[in-house]
Design a binder for this molecule. Structure first.
Ligand code: ATP
Ligand code: MG
Length: 271
């Protein structure tokens, strides 16, 4: 059964989509079968991974009960990596329809659960904020990954997301856990980054913050914007991009924390 991770934050522009993309790539490179679901009607993540998306089914059709996630998952240029579109153009009225559909059906969780056995990992890229779509995604997830931009005051919005997670855990999805807070766009030479780093380490217990932080690295964008095929672009950047290497480390960290089982656990499971 695949593990489901939502990448969510109260604040916009903190690196959710970048994390979904690069973590997906990192896991696919280590032979895990990964599905990235674009739950942001304004996200367009599918265009970064599949230059000619051709599925009539996206998440919107899942919300409407017209399709299953498994019907809409598209292959990408990278082996083991699949992507699912939000399935809706981004006019305001349609975004409202997308949100309304989430409220009306609750089919998101059911469809994610149906898809989970076919993947090792499902990553859901949430829109900014904790509206209906992000809430629906968190209800469907085993874990939340919470990117936090290494900027002053970035912790300010955290209590709202935390409260929402507490409510979801209490009322609808008792098994959801925080996988970790992820510091993004970290700049070694910046005092502000260092201050946020220290604040985060003081605010949260050690197990709630990923050891890996993601450096500011504009080369991350080159992977998905140029004309090169993704495997070729990766081959060029894998040894030079600090950002990509950090996402590979993060994948290892997640792998160790959430996929490895101790021998005792394995023995216990087999009885
Ligand atoms: P939104 O809330 O709008 O969906 P988001 O949280 O998904 O935003 P991204 O789109 O991933 O954030 O990132 C916001 C911007 O920051 C983008 O232009 C992205 O290219 C850039 N960015 C993200 N991570 C990094 C990084 N590690 N180094 C440099 N630039 C980055
Ligand atoms: Mg995004």
């Amino acid at each position: 059964m695949g593990q489901v991770f939502s990448i969510a934050s109260q604040k916009g522009g903190v690196g959710k989509t970048t994390t979904a993309l690069n973590l997906g790539v990192a896991f696919a490179r280590s032979n895990r079968k990964v599905l990235i679901i674009d739950a942001d009607p304004q996200g367009g993540i599918v265009y970064s991974l599949n230059k000619h998306p051709n599925s009539p089914f996206g998440l919107y059709q899942v919300f409407c009960g017209e399709a299953e996630i498994l019907d809409g998952a598209l292959p990408t240029e990278l082996e083991n990596l699949f992507v699912m579109d939000s399935g809706i153009p981004n006019s305001n009225s349609e975004i409202q329809a997308f949100e309304d559909a989430t409220r009306a059906t609750g089919l998101f969780r059911e469809s994610v659960l149906n898809a989970a056995p076919y993947y090792d990992l499902i990553l859901i890229d949430c829109p900014p904020g904790i509206g209906l779509i992000s809430t629906g995604a968190l209800i469907a997830s085993d874990y939340a990954i919470i990117p936090l931009q290494s900027e002053p005051l970035s912790l300010r919005t955290f209590p709202q997301l935390l409260q929402q997670l507490i409510d979801i855990k209490k009322n609808t999805n008792h098994s959801i856990e925080i996988a970790g807070v992820l510091l993004t766009m970290f700049d070694d030479h910046s005092m502000a980054s260092q201050i946020v780093h220290d604040e985060v380490r003081n605010y949260f217990t050690e197990d709630l913050v990923f050891e890996t932080s993601i450096p500011r690295d504009t080369s991350l964008n080159l992977l998905y914007t140029g004309n090169k095929k993704l495997p070729d672009a990766l081959a060029e950047l894998e040894s030079t991009s600090e950002g990509l290497q950090a996402y590979y480390h993060l994948a290892e960290e997640i792998n160790f924390k959430f996929f490895s089982r101790s021998p005792n656990e394995l023995i216990a499971k087999s009885f």
